[in-house]
Design a protein around this ligand. Structure first.
Ligand SMILES: NC(=O)c1ccc[n+]([C@@H]2O[C@H](COP(=O)([O-])OP(=O)(O)OC[C@H]3O[C@@H](n4cnc5c(N)ncnc54)[C@H](O)[C@@H]3O)[C@@H](O)[C@H]2O)c1
Length: 284
């Protein structure tokens, strides 16, 4: 598998985890963001995640060596993208932001670059249409936390070639991930289902039918889920959940995806979940 340089674009919740996962498997990564503050926070998070993974090494999917940090270059500089073989993109779930980024990547990345779009809901075919060779684009929907979730939902856009799907499966195997390939539709499989659940859980809290703690307890102890829907929403980031619901609503024009007003209000008030320290629950 000839991949010398990988760019992970966006160093937030997902990008920082994807970068560490790649470095843990020996890949050299350029982690690119547009904010110094974000890159500093990502460096701290990568260090503390690596420490935690070392402590849990028996239960983690992959052992971690001491040199992972040397393989990650955090940068604001676009020129480091000029020679990359693979881009794994993790910027916010906003069509306009993604569109601007891919138009720029089309101008600066080499012709042989492959593109992995880590999106929750945005159609892969639309993104691929922004690039000179749409066959080299596929959706790689990583699960959060990336280190401990084995599965990646791989999305085949209208133009994604079979060769690119096969290459993707081999690459993901090299980082100990198991892929399920699905066709391109907003939200794919995972988020089309999970966002309905998280949204309805928020409606239950808004209507005061139950507290967040009790909603989640019913799912953990009643249904045996590892996490409740509201804890999951906090982990993803409530801003990302709201953006994803809006995309599902716009794409399907189906009222079942209308976003719960409580979620909107929490995002407006800066309650984003884990990433801001408070959402449905409070975090250290
Ligand atoms: N959070 C999750 O659990 C989760 C899971 C799977 C997929 N996703 C998807 O992954 C993507 C990223 O989500 P996230 O939760 O990490 O978001 P996030 O808001 O935590 O991070 C996004 C980062 O992208 C940066 N950014 C914005 N524009 C940029 C640009 N032009 N170039 C470089 N960096 C830029 C921001 O500064 C920010 O640090 C989204 O499309 C989301 O839907 C999220």
């Amino acid at each position: 598998m000839m991949v010398n340089k990988i760019a992970v674009i966006g160093a937030g919740t997902m990008g920082s985890q994807v970068a560490l996962t790649l470095a843990m498997h020996g890949y050299t990564v350029v982690l690119k963001d547009i904010s110094t503050v974000v890159l500093e926070a990502a460096t701290r998070r990568i260090k503390s995640d690596a420490r935690m993974l070392k402590m849990l090494s028996k239960s983690a999917l992959t052992p971690i060596d001491d040199h992972y940090a040397d393989r990650i270059t955090c940068t604001l500089e676009e020129r480091l993208l000029e020679e990359v073989d693979l881009v794994i993109e993790n910027i916010p779930e906003h069509w306009e932001l993604k569109k601007q980024l891919y138009q720029r990547l089309a101008a600066i990345c080499p012709a042989h670059t492959r593109y992995a779009v880590n999106t929750s809901c945005i159609a892969i075919t639309g993104i691929a249409a922004l690039l000179p060779d749409p066959g080299r684009v596929a959706g790689w929907h990583f699960m959060n936390p990336v280190y401990s979730k084995e599965l990646v939902e791989v999305v085949r856009g209208l133009h994604t070639t079979d060769e690119n799907i096969q290459w993707t499966l081999s690459f993901l195997q090299s980082i100990h991930k198991r892929a399920v390939v699905v066709e391109d539709a907003p939200g794919f499989v995972a988020n089309r289902l999970s966002h309905l659940l998280m949204n309805e859980a928020a409606f239950l809290v808004q209507e005061k039918v139950a507290s967040p703690k009790d909603v989640d307890l019913i799912f953990r102890k009643g249904y045996g889920h590892a996490m409740g829907p509201l804890e999951t929403a906090d982990l993803i980031g409530l801003d990302t959940v709201v953006n994803s619901l809006n995309i599902l609503y716009d794409s399907f024009q189906d009222p079942k995806f209308r976003c719960c007003p409580l979620l909107h209000k929490m995002v407006q008030g800066g309650l984003l979940g884990r990433k801001s320290g408070k959402g449905f629950f409070v975090y250290d």
